[in-house]
Each structure stands twice: as C-alpha cells, then as structure tokens.
Design a binder for this molecule. Structure first.
Ligand SMILES: *[C@@H]1O[C@H](CO)[C@@H](O)[C@H](O)[C@H]1NC(C)=O
Ligand SMILES: *[C@@H]1O[C@H](CO)[C@@H](O)[C@H](O)[C@H]1NC(C)=O
Ligand SMILES: *[C@@H]1O[C@H](CO)[C@@H](O)[C@H](O)[C@H]1NC(C)=O
Length: 301
C-alpha cells in the first residue's frame, strides 16, 4: 500500500513537472488576443466585455482557443481555420478559398470576413439573428490563424501537417512546429516557460522596434491604397476580400520563405531553424494582435 502511495505521488509530481502542453496552439492565440485587447478603444473594449461569456472574466485571451475546442461539435467550422493553395507561393480568393466540396468562401479568409460582418450588425435588428458572442470568438481566433504562415500553406501536404520532421530530438510534423513548438521553445528559453513574459516582450517591440510598421499594419486593416477604398464600402463583403487577400498572401509567402524552406520530410530542425524563424513568429503574432484590434476599433468608435 505504502509503495503504491509513493508511486502515485511520484507520478503526480512528474505530471506537474512536465505538464502536457498543447500550447497557433493555445499560447499563440492567447498572445494574439492579449495584444489585441490591450489596444482596444473604449467603445470596442465595452463591446468585447459585453459579448464575452461571464466565465471569461473579460479576458479575451482565455477564450481565444474556443474555436479549436468546438471543431468537432461544430464540424462545419473545421475548414474555416486555414486556406491551402495548389502548391504555389501566392494566394487567390477565387481559386483557393473554398472547402473540399468546392463551396466558395469557406476558408479562413472567408471566415474572418463572415464574422466581422456579423459583428458589424451589433445593436441592429439583424444582429439578433446571430450569436455575436460566437462571432467575436471565431473572429478573434481566425485573425490569429490567418497570420500563422502554415494556415496558408500547400494543399498537397495539408499546410505542413503531413511533413514529418524532428524538432530537436522529438518527432513532430511541420505544421505543429509552427502552431506550438517555436513558441514553446521560446517561452522555455527566454521567458521562464511563461506566456506572459512573451506577451510583454512582443508588446514592448510593438511600441518601440516596430512602431513605424505598426501604423502600416493597422492602416492596412481598413485603409491603405493597396487595400483600396475600404472605408466607404466597409459594409460590403467584397472589400474585405481585398484586405484579407493581403493577410493570406503574406501568410503563404512566409510559408514558402521560412516555414517550408529547409524543412523537407525527415529534416532535423534545431537552433539554426529556431533562431532564424522566431522573429517571423514574433512579428506574425504582433501583426495579428494589432490588426484584430484595429478592425474592432475602426468599427466601434
Ligand atoms: C458564417 O457564420 C455562420 C454562423 O456561425 C456559419 O454557419 C457559416 O458557416 C459561416 N461561414 C463562413 C464562410 O465562415
Ligand atoms: C451563444 O454562444 C455561446 C457559446 O457557444 C453559448 O454559450 C450561448 O448560449 C449562445 N447564446 C445564445 C443566445 O444562443
Ligand atoms: C524585439 O526586438 C529586438 C530588437 O530587434 C529583438 O532582438 C527581440 O528578439 C525582439 N523580441 C520580440 C519578442 O519580438
């Protein structure tokens, strides 16, 4: 009996020491939503507070992975987390944004557009036909996903899911490395395994290192010449397609330049890959958070 109790305690202790991390993973989304919530104007912050479930205690980050948890219950939502190209490094809405049945718009870019449009109906009669809490949670999650380079990847390898590599000594697929492992390794190495430390470090760079670029990231959410007259036609679906084209285009470009490069089947990815890709991950997390907030701030002033 005594032996078993000792064993039990040892097992529990080990579980506490090495928690199963499923950290964009949980931490990636948490980072994006934390950055976003801290940048909201008063009106947008109020609306977010009102829409969040009470249990979230006004912490958007805590429910930013809700969309992953309901993937099986809401089976229809699983194609909305990504977009794949026919193995080319550019994105095209007509060609790429559809599900396996070929239904147009059913991809992550279409989903961001769908849920921003629903959020815009808040306070109107039409608004009552949507569950706007779900719209906020989906929108916040998909703004994160669309910025994860391999959520805009190649169709043939399902965004890196079928590419088996090693992350240091562990077997892993390439998609998972970009969802979780790069972030996890950064947290372990630089932030005491603490997501809050990583959020602070990215926030700091948003206000210093990247301050100039941040203005560009923000404006591309709704103005910017390349995003073409978004303001006057904001309420029309077609416009946001243009803007979102840019997010997804950036994604597939980063996937080609950084994620796929040097990561063929069977590769062993170590410091060289980690250290050169981490800045890309940090920047994409920052862009996602800044843009998530900028769109809400623009809608709700
Ligand atoms: C739009 O949102 C509705 C409500 O959640 C959902 O049923 C539909 O599948 C969504 N479509 C896209 C493309 O996101
Ligand atoms: C809206 O969605 C949330 C999350 O799924 C759910 O808890 C809530 O009951 C829904 N609200 C309504 C009015 O259906
Ligand atoms: C912040 O910027 C500095 C200087 O470019 C860089 O060394 C550091 O890795 C960056 N940190 C994050 C979290 O982006």
């Amino acid at each position: 009996m005594e032996c078993c109790r000792v064993l039990m305690i040892a097992i529990v202790a080990l579980m506490l020491l090495f928690p199963v991390t499923d950290a964009w993973g949980i931490d990636g989304h948490d980072i994006v939503c934390n950055i976003a919530q801290s940048r909201l104007n008063e009106a947008a912050a109020d609306i977010v507070q009102e829409l969040l479930p009470k249990s979230a205690e006004n912490d958007l980050g805590s429910v930013c992975s809700w969309a992953d948890q309901v993937k099986f219950r809401y089976h229809w939502s699983s194609p909305l987390h990504y977009v794949n190209t026919p193995d080319v490094c550019n994105y095209n809405f007509e060609r790429d944004c559809k599900d396996d049945n070929g239904e147009q718009g059913r991809c992550v870019a279409g989903a961001v557009q769908n849920y921003t449009k629903q959020l815009l109906t808040i306070g109107s009669n039409e608004g009552s036909s949507y569950n706007l809490t779900e719209a906020l949670l989906f929108y916040s999650h998909f703004m994160g996903d669309i910025h994860q380079p391999l959520h805009a990847g190649f169709a043939s390898d399902k965004g890196g899911n079928t590419i088996e590599v090693h992350w240091y000594t562990r077997k892993q697929n390439l998609h998972h490395i970009w969802d979780d492992n790069i972030i996890e390794t950064a947290e372990e190495r630089y932030y005491n395994s603490n997501v809050a430390g990583m959020i602070d470090a990215i926030q700091k760079n948003i206000t210093t290192e990247w301050a100039d670029q941040v203005k560009d990231w923000e404006s591309c959410s709704y103005t910017d010449t390349t995003c073409a007259d978004v303001i006057p036609r904001l309420l029309q679906i077609q416009i946001k397609r243009l803007v979102l084209c840019r997010y997804a285009s950036e994604g597939i470009q980063a996937a080609c330049d950084w994620a796929y490069k040097g990561a063929a089947e069977g590769s062993v990815l170590k410091d060289e890959y980690f250290l050169s890709r981490l800045p890309i991950v940090n920047t994409r997390l920052a862009q996602a958070g800044v843009r998530l907030a900028a769109i809400l701030n623009h809608y709700f002033k």
